[in-house]
Design a protein around this ligand. Structure first.
Ligand code: SF4
Ligand code: SF4
Length: 375
């Protein structure tokens, strides 16, 4: 049995999604081989911030509804949960369609609050990570990520989805603590993922996002649902299938440095309607940083990353970008943004939280040169 199962799925028609999700679980022995009667099961969606469903930023409600329905069939109690970066939870969950599901099925839709220490694991890089107590109190976690590109981390899929287990603004604190080093941030993501260890992952890749993800890119019809027990292996395979290079993927480089066995990719691990050699055509990946050259030093990292720039004609002056900047590198005044690039840690939270795509990435001359000669 392959470790990753992909199902071709071209639309969010609820009946078709229900069937696809059931097929995904059945490939691994059925939902009851993961979930027991009476268990509380946290469905970790990708909420990010308040976005309408058709922006394709958040996990599609059809997938969440299908998984919640299957969990209910086992006699367990599912609840939908996440912690958005900036917006109020209820309004964000309402926009994403999660509150409707909660009302329909009579289940909870909870904000991940109340930070407690994630028990430290052997070999972890980060000893004191705080996640919501609801994550640790759940009997099981099922992760429901969206397939998207990501300005800072190249891609966001199964592993990155667990970053939302850190409550609210604590996430911005981690961006600031880790600073410019993407591999270090990726290592933090590994520690969260390995600590939370979802029992199953269902990836929403029916329509995901490419280009300036995770919130300002363009929809891309990947036409797949991915299922796996180990999201790390799935993420690495998908990086290649999207036309990306593993050495440009900070998560892969961090896992490789730590000697994780998932870095040895085996094509026979991929089963279902597409194979490991499948390549999605024309996927626009972020032009962020080549991970293969030069050591991690702040001035090199700054030169080798794109910087955020303002598009004044699109700006509505909401100030969300400056409010989310943990580095104090951005000031907003009357629809004008003032960046302090010396302080900027290239976390791109400002870009991620802008509701109207008024912040873009700009490559440095050196990065353009390096990318030109290494692509
Ligand atoms: S300006 Fe933007 S990219 Fe730079 S540190 Fe602030 S939020 Fe992050
Ligand atoms: S750039 Fe975006 S987030 Fe910042 S003030 Fe303008 S519209 Fe708001």
């Amino acid at each position: 049995m392959g470790r990753i199962f992909f199902i071709r799925q071209e639309s969010y028609d609820q009946a078709a999604i229900n069937e696809a999700v059931r097929r995904a679980f059945d490939h691994f022995g059925g939902v009851s081989s993961f979930i027991g009667k009476g268990e509380r099961v946290l469905l970790k969606v990708n909420l990010v911030s308040g976005h309408e469903v058709n922006r394709r930023v958040t996990t599609d409600p059809a997938i969440v509804r299908a998984v919640a329905g299957l969990v209910l069939e086992t006699g367990a109690t599912p609840f939908i949960a996440d912690s958005p970066g900036i917006d109020g939870f209820k309004s964000a969950a309402e926009k994403a369609g999660f509150m409707d599901i909660a009302r329909e099925l009579g289940i909870e839709c909870k904000e991940l609050t109340d930070p407690v220490d994630l028990p430290a694991r052997e070999g972890a890089d980060f000893r004191r990570i705080q996640v919501s107590r609801y994550v640790l109190e759940a009997d099981k976690v099922i992760s429901l990520p969206k397939l998207k590109t990501h300005g800072q981390m190249y891609l966001t899929m199964g592993v990155k989805n667990l970053f939302g287990c850190i409550p609210g603004r604590l996430k911005a604190g981690w961006h600031y603590n880790v600073g410019l080093n993407r591999e270090k941030f990726a290592s933090l993501l590994l520690d969260i993922y390995l600590g939370v260890r979802p029992c199953f992952t269902i990836l929403d890749g029916v329509t995901g996002m490419h280009g300036d993800g995770p919130t300002s890119g363009d929809p891309y019809d990947f036409g797949i649902i991915g299922a796996c027990v180990d999201a790390l292996t799935m993420d690495f395979h998908l990086c290649r299938m999207l036309g990306g290079r593993l050495e440009d993927y900070p998560l892969y480089m961090a896992a490789k440095r730590r000697g994780l066995p998932q870095c040895e990719l085996d094509d026979s691990d991929v089963e279902g309607d597409i194979t490991a050699s499948h390549v999605f055509p024309g996927v626009k990946l972020p032009k962020t940083r080549s991970m293969r050259l030069l050591p991690h030093l702040p001035f090199i990292d700054r030169m080798m990353t794109s910087r955020p720039v303002h598009i004044p004609e699109l700006c509505i002056g909401c100030g969300r970008c400056a409010a989310v900047c943990a580095a104090g590198a951005l000031r907003h005044e009357n629809k004008h943004l003032y960046f302090d690039y010396g302080k900027c840690i290239r976390c791109y939270c400002c870009h991620e939280m802008c509701p109207v795509k008024a912040i873009k990435f700009k490559e440095s001359g050196l990065l353009r040169l390096v990318n030109f000669f290494t692509r």
